[in-house]
Design a protein around this ligand. Structure first.
Ligand SMILES: [Zn+2]
Length: 350
């Protein structure tokens, strides 16, 4: 989502140049129409459109459920390790273009599991693409499985088992997404406990469509340290106090929230209010192709619509570096790198 307000040139340059970390991003939501067509063609998968214009049109939708179904139709084109490698390679370059120093990327594991696709091939394919891009551009990426709540807890156990087997290849986290209305966090309490027990880090989409109860569940019942969206937390002062006290991070994607109707307008988004309440928030794109955004655009929005200054934008990048699901020594090294680069850049706007 791009806005047309102009920023001071020094702030615009600061946003472009600043080192960033992205923590809430779906691999399938980053694919470019031309790449999707290429993959569908070589896999002999029929899409509802046959050219770039037609596929681009598919990325226009009006409701959250419509978005989910388009997302799944497009995911059907992906079948083999090399498909994931191509998407990951392109994404690795795109992240480097935004000066992203580290990213965590979710894969919709059930989509492939249910079609009999080997999840190890998915993980290893994606990691091969990310590693190739990292060698060329220097941005490391780790993976998470995002499991659709609507597919139920029973199958989640099977997908979790495959997640645990793939930790050695760069899979660091387990998440749930999808239908938040009909599938509350409580259904997945034991699955999450097992994920944590195995050494996976955990997060959940919550407080995007459903109110504070969903976020409470994700934190208290599922043990999440990071929440995808969590914007409805703003409706519950006790929850805000709890998130603050326990340093729970909200990975927020403002353009996504407008596009799916989670907030009526960007001006109504609680981004600034959450920040002012002392919540550790991060900025993310979620599904940048669907939402026609980039991470730089999300930082611009924070500046243009919510008046974040350079120091506050730097804080958002630091929040993300601090919340990375990396082994402690790597996390500290990332944080130090981002701090050092930001300090050097701050001179630009002061
Ligand atoms: Zn998401």
């Amino acid at each position: 989502m791009s806005t047309h307000l102009t920023l001071a040139p020094s702030l615009e340059s600061f946003i472009t140049a600043m080192p960033k970390v992205e923590l809430h991003l779906h691999l399938e939501g980053t694919m470019q129409p031309a790449t999707l067509l290429r993959i569908a063609e070589r896999n002999h998968v029929e899409l509802p459109a046959y050219n770039v214009e037609g596929v681009t049109q598919l990325f226009n939708y009006h409701h959250f459920h419509e978005f989910l179904s388009v997302f799944m139709v497009l995911a059907r084109a992906l079948k083999r390790g090399e498909d994931f490698e191509l998407l990951a390679y392109e994404l690795g370059h795109h992240l480097a273009d935004q000066n992203v120093r580290y990213a965590e990327v979710m894969v919709s594991a059930f989509q492939y599991y249910s079609r009999g696709i080997d999840l190890s091939e998915v993980v290893q394919g994606a990691m091969a693409g990310f590693t190739r891009a990292e060698r060329e551009r220097g941005t490391p990426v780790r993976l998470a499985f995002d499991y659709g709540r609507q597919f139920g807890a029973e199958t989640a156990w099977k997908v979790l088992e495959l997640a645990i087997q793939n930790m050695r290849y760069g899979l660091v986290a387990w998440s749930i997404g999808g239908d938040e209305v009909n599938y509350p966090p409580q259904l997945f309490a034991e699955v999450f406990a097992a994920a944590r027990q195995a050494g996976l880090r955990v997060m959940a989409h919550a407080g995007e469509v459903v109110g504070p109860a969903s976020v409470w569940g994700a934190v208290d019942v599922l043990g999440c340290q990071r929440i995808g969206h969590g914007i409805r937390s703003i409706d519950d002062p006790a929850l805000l106090a709890h998130l603050h006290a326990h340093n729970v991070v909200l990975d927020i994607s403002p353009s996504s929230n407008v596009c799916t109707g989670a907030v009526p307008t960007i001006e109504a988004h609680p981004l600034r209010r959450l920040y002012d309440a002392g919540i550790s928030i991060t900025l993310n794109t979620d599904d940048p192709t669907f939402f026609k955004t980039t991470l730089n655009d999300e930082y611009r929005l924070a500046a243009q619509v919510f008046g974040f200054d350079a120091g506050e934008l730097a804080q958002l990048a630091l929040n993300a570096a601090r919340a990375a699901f990396l082994p402690e020594a790597e996390r500290v090294a990332l944080l130090e790198r981002v701090e050092t680069e930001l300090a050097a850049l701050r001179d630009m706007v002061e």
